[in-house]
Ligand binder design. Structure first.
Ligand SMILES: Cc1cc2nc3c(=O)[nH]c(=O)nc-3n(C[C@H](O)[C@H](O)[C@H](O)COP(=O)(O)OP(=O)(O)OC[C@H]3O[C@@H](n4cnc5c(N)ncnc54)[C@H](O)[C@@H]3O)c2cc1C
Length: 458
């Protein structure tokens, strides 16, 4: 048994093909390379480092603890967080009158999520893969056919129209929400699959830096304009601009078909954003693209015998409202790496255990993401929500090992997502009971003073 430079020992070098060099596929390639396996990474698009930022796909993303843990494993966390991440300590809510107030994510331990550039992170992971001689990268290769049981794949070279046939010990499908690897799995018996398009879409706008090149809004927040049925959010970029995303029912987007209607709509719901974006830019950017749809995908099992596995969005695309899609995909890579270690690279055991243990958590994060849209666009404005959050934070402060609020467990811990939901259900029951006992006065008294101290009176 050989021992590698990085301390891993391995029995046999596996020949792995990873389909998709997006965030998750690129990270997985590095994890596998670290274990000493041969990795061939096939990507439909041009190398992302050579193409300018495409509009229409989120330009920045919120990185939280699960994603950070994976980046730490491959030696990139500190660089990403300290040098290329902008901490967001909480939500900053914009009322229609233009006034704002902050709701910290974690008033007790003061943890933040980090706004990171999608392309930068993807490029960084690809660059990291170049440090390993056992990784080969093939761009402009589109998977068009797969025989997963045999471990064989056919790619179309999009620049020359040639076809390329490839075989591997293991195929990893990291080819996103519309995965071609998953498509090949759907023909197999007992493969369950569901796809849900929500009635809301999204469109990205931009708040540019101010005249001095600085931020036009306080940068260490995720800004939200919650408007009940729809919302707008903004995440900071390193160049001091903001990526602004409007989430709204498609029917509403459709109604905004003239400049006058668009401006009237913004004057009514997001008046403070108009001078920040700029009238001309708002009109140009809004009409430059159509709103994009949002899809949630659940499927299982994720594997085919000891030959193929789905990870990332290919296995579990979620709506973006918990900021967990990439984080969950990165967590897939971490868990998979642990299973490689546990089962000493024995593929049948690794893939079976991943499939059997992961689905419950990815289904859970999908449900959490759907719920969080309602919280972000509507509940955050309600007193009942803020009182509950204050209670949660107060008890968390009092008993940090016993009571972890839902948002903290999802975002700032690696608690399995399904456990986060069970935890919340259990907390709901306790609170209901507590409210009917004499302790009620004590909890509310404490929560109210906590709320006033950290959130002000309103
Ligand atoms: C608006 C929005 C905001 C988001 N915000 C967040 C956030 O704040 N935090 C967070 O954690 N997540 C967020 N997400 C989710 C996140 O973007 C995804 O979960 C993440 O990109 C998934 O990575 P992936 O590598 O699995 O898939 P992808 O990023 O889709 O990459 C798949 C890759 O496979 C390639 N590919 C596809 N088909 C083929 C083929 N046939 N052959 C070869 N290659 C192929 C594609 O070109 C692509 O490069 C957001 C998503 C959206 C839409």
């Amino acid at each position: 048994m050989a021992t590698l430079q990085n301390g891993y020992s391995k029995k046999k070098q596996l020949d792995v093909v990873v389909v998709g060099a997006g965030l998750v596929g690129s990270l997985e390639a590095v994890y596998l390379a670290k274990r000493g396996h041969r990795v061939r990474l096939y990507e439909f698009r041009e190398d992302i480092r050579k193409t300018p930022t495409a509009r229409g796909r989120s330009i920045n993303l919120a990185l939280s603890v699960r994603g950070r843990r994976a980046l730490r494993d491959v030696g990139l966390e500190a660089h990403m967080v300290k040098e290329h991440g902008i901490p967001m300590t909480g939500r900053r809510i914009h009322r229609t009158d233009g006034s704002t107030y902050a709701i910290p994510y974690d008033a007790n331990t003061k943890q933040s999520i980090y706004s990171v550039g999608r392309n930068y992170l993807n490029g960084l992971l690809l660059q990291e893969s170049e440090k390993y001689e056992n990784v080969e990268r093939y761009f402009n290769h589109k998977l068009i056919e797969a025989n997963l049981k045999k471990g064989s794949l056919t790619f179309l070279k999009t620049d020359t129209n040639e076809t390329v046939h490839v075989t591997a010990d293991l195929i990893i499908g990291a080819d996103g929400a519309f995965s071609a690897v998953r498509k090949a799995m759907t023909k197999r018996p007992f493969f369950d699959f569901s796809q849900k398009y929500i009635e809301h879409g999204y469109l990205e706008l931009c708040i540019p830096p101010d005249d001095n090149g600085g931020f036009q809004m306080p940068p260490n927040f995720l800004h939200i304009w919650p408007r009940g049925e729809f919302m707008m959010i903004a995440l900071p970029n390193q160049d001091c601009s903001w990526t602004v995303t409007l989430f709204m029912p498609f029917t509403k987007f459709k109604n905004l078909d003239t400049e006058e209607k668009l401006l009237a709509f913004f004057e009514k719901y997001f008046p403070d954003s108009i001078p920040l974006i700029g009238r001309k830019k708002l009109i140009e950017d809004f009409f430059a693209e159509s709103p994009s749809p949002l899809v949630a995908i659940k499927c299982r099992p994720y594997h085919v015998e000891d030959k193929a596995l789905l990870i990332g969005d290919a296995a579990h695309a979620v709506v973006p409202f918990y900021g967990q899609g990439m984080n969950a995909g990165f967590e897939d890579c971490t868990l998979l790496d642990e299973l490689f270690q546990k089962h000493n690279d024995s593929l049948a055991e690794i893939l079976t255990e991943f499939s059997e243990t992961r689905w419950e958590d990815t289904f859970a994060v999908s449900d959490l993401a759907m719920y969080n849209y309602i919280e972000m666009r509507d509940l955050v404005t309600r007193t009942s929500y803020r009182l509950r959050k204050a209670m949660d934070d107060f008890i968390f402060w009092l008993l940090p090992n016993f009571w972890v609020p839902l948002y903290n467990s999802v975002t700032f811990s690696t608690m399995p997502y399904s456990q986060c939901i069970k935890n919340r259900e259990w907390q709901d029951k306790i609170l209901k009971r507590t409210l009917s006992f004499a302790g009620l006065a004590l909890v509310i008294g404490g929560a109210v003073s906590f709320k006033i101290k950290y959130y002000g009176l309103y």
